[in-house]
Design a protein around this ligand. Structure first.
Ligand code: ATP
Length: 315
């Protein structure tokens, strides 16, 4: 197996039309979860992944499992919870350019994940463990589950790849920040964005953010720069990778998760760090051109064609 991850996936309901949701009668229903976005991205590129989670023993839980398993992700370590419901949220477009998000995730099935979720997982059979900063701040029991998984990975010598993926509404004060910094310190690779760096370290400068991550103990930091690509810094190498230019951004959400999928794919294929970051940038750019978090994640053939077509722009 290539990559193991753990986290919450919810069902996202979006009203079909613009206006107050109270008048809406028709909704799109899609699954949404940072970790599963990345795992699905990896599956589409031909890698083998597994997901640890919990969903409600309800129709939305089944919907999530159908979708994630349907993409080929192993769901052996996902359990059904009879007492807690699957989390869900709404994205309401009150006016053409105003979007309001309402979460119904408190006490969700996934927020009750705890250390027992890790017990039966053979962590050492994976090449990488991938985590985001969302899971540990969902609840105290999720925090413990994350620590347990990180500890098991360390013992097994499996590198941790960590995307801080900060959700400010879930982070509780300094203790929450400290927790994320500890995970950065435990990671082989950290993937912050500029805003996340500013939140954690008080600076939006990519070089300073990377230095802070390395000082905490991370081996390599890759700072995502949106339309400006990415900056990477390891113990011996550092540099910038240009973004792959896109004519028009349709939906930027999920670019970071796609970036993680491309990067991990490159590393699994034993490419250099720079080449892996390029692959991350390519997948991120492709995701911005399609509505939805997973719909734009490319197959390997699509990715190769895209990178080839933009070749002169990246070299
Ligand atoms: P999100 O949390 O919204 O998914 P993020 O902040 O984690 O995203 P971004 O920096 O927005 O990450 O995007 C990840 C990568 O995707 C970037 O490093 C870049 O390579 C690519 N990307 C994002 N936006 C664009 C864009 N407008 N044009 C080209 N490439 C882009």
């Amino acid at each position: 197996m290539d990559v193991l991850s753990m986290g919450e996936t919810m069902v996202l309901f979006s009203p079909r039309s613009t206006g107050q949701m109270r008048y809406e009668t028709e909704f799109h229903a899609k699954i949404a979860g940072a970790e599963t976005n990345t795992l699905i991205g990896l599956q589409k590129l031909g890698h083998q992944t597994s997901w640890i989670s919990r969903v409600g023993a309800d129709e939305l839980g089944h919907k999530i499992i159908h979708a994630v398993r349907g993409e080929g992700v192993d769901t052996t370590h996902v359990t059904y919870d009879k007492e807690h419901a699957t989390g869900l949220f709404f994205k309401e477009k009150t006016m053409e350019d105003v979007t309001t998000v309402s979460y119904y995730r408190q006490n969700s099935a996934a927020s009750t994940l705890n250390e027992t979720a890790i017990e039966t997982v053979d962590v050492e059979s994976f090449t990488y463990v991938y985590l985001t900063g969302i899971t540990p701040v969902l609840s105290r029991s999720c925090e413990k589950a994350v620590q347990q998984l990180v500890g098991k990975a360390k013992l097994a010598g499996v590198p941790l790849v960590f995307d801080p993926n900060i959700r400010r509404t879930l982070i509780k004060g300094e203790a929450g920040k400290q927790l994320l910094k500890e995970l950065i310190g435990a990671a082989s690779l950290v993937l912050p964005g500029k805003e996340e760096g500013a939140f954690l370290f008080g600076t939006p400068d990519e070089k300073e953010i990377a230095n802070h991550c390395l000082e905490l103990g991370a081996k390599t930091a890759i700072v995502k720069l949106g339309a400006d690509g990415a900056y990477y810094k390891g113990e011996k190498t550092s540099g910038y990778v240009n973004a792959f230019p896109v004519s028009r951004v349709i939906d930027p959400v999920g670019a970071g998760d796609g970036f993680a999928a491309g990067l991990l794919s490159g590393l699994l294929d034993k490419r250099s760090l720079q080449e892996a970051v390029q692959r991350g940038c390519a997948v991120g750019a492709m995701v911005t051109q399609v509505n939805g978090d997973i719909e734009g994640l490319p197959t390997r053939a699509q990715l190769e064609a895209f990178m080839q077509s933009k070749r002169t722009d990246v070299l």
